[in-house]
Design a protein. Structure first.
Length: 269
């Protein structure tokens, strides 16, 4: 089963809540899943959000409900990695935290210069058979919005076609199934799996849904392929493969960002 990062699910389902196309409890369940209930902790410097109690700290349901009461509120996902800081909201301390997490959700309200960065702090526990996670969303003050940096959904779909071929070829050349007992099943799951049913809310435009499924497949292939350098390859070949996988991974992250954030794309004539 293919999946999306927590921040992508929160931004996608939260957008559905704000648009009235997804229920609040369904959105929270899709983000939390088997985790312990997600907590929300506000930094002292983060601006107030209308509708939240004075204490502000709480859970996702409280946060999304408060955002839903703000006309023009919207959520955006950012998936940065070192060397590819696209979409980081600023200021620098927020960017550092977002890079460490590898994901971030930005909340903003139309007509207001105030923005909020939601950063997941994840503490995993349990075992591979019974995994669990405590997740706390840290809410920090983000810098005013700049010009959008993500590609359009249409551009992302075109880029993904090439990225998927490159990623699949890299995985095939590794032939990891020959020396890792768990690889064959994982490769089949990546190759044939569909996007988890609750990864995105109902009513998502078909093109955005297609892009998210393909991007999730590319990210899963990249994760699997980068676990090994393969058998009997030179250091040059390993470096070239790693570079190619980084590039297709970047394409996939940009595609997830574009599809989840499609609601803020300019309307083209």
């Amino acid at each position: 089963m293919l999946d999306l990062p927590r921040s992508a699910r929160l931004a996608a389902w939260g957008t559905g809540v704000l648009a009235g196309t997804a229920g609040l409890q369904a959105a929270v369940a899709a983000v939390v899943r088997d985790d312990e209930p997600h907590a929300v902790r506000w930094d002292a410097t983060a601006p107030d959000l209308p509708g939240l109690p004075a204490a502000r700290d709480g859970d996702l349901a409280l946060l999304l409900a408060a955002l839903a009461e703000c006309p023009g509120a919207q959520l955006l996902v950012v998936l940065p990695v070192p060397g590819d800081p696209r979409g980081l909201p600023g200021p620098p301390p927020v960017n550092v935290a977002a890079l460490e997490a590898g994901e971030c959700v930005v909340a903003e309200v139309a007509g207001s210069a105030q923005r909020w960065a939601l950063l997941p702090e994840v503490a995993e526990f349990g075992s591979v058979w019974e995994p669990g996670a405590h997740v706390t969303w840290q809410v920090l003050a983000a810098a005013p919005r700049r010009a959008p940096e993500s590609s359009s959904v249409a551009d992302s779909e075109r880029e993904l076609r090439l990225a998927l071929g490159t990623a699949t070829q890299a995985l095939a050349s590794l032939d990891v199934a020959r020396w890792r007992e768990d690889a064959a099943d994982r490769i089949a799951a990546v190759r044939d799996g569909a996007l988890a049913p609750d990864a995105v809310p109902p009513g998502l435009p078909p093109r955005a849904a297609r892009v998210l499924q393909t991007a999730a497949r590319v990210l899963a292939i990249v994760e699997l392929a980068t676990e090994d350098d393969g058998a009997a390859i030179t250091s040059h070949e390993a470096a070239s493969r790693a570079r190619a996988l980084r590039e297709v991974g970047a394409v996939a992250r940009r595609a997830v960002t574009a599809a989840v954030n499609a609601h803020v794309e300019p309307v083209r004539p």
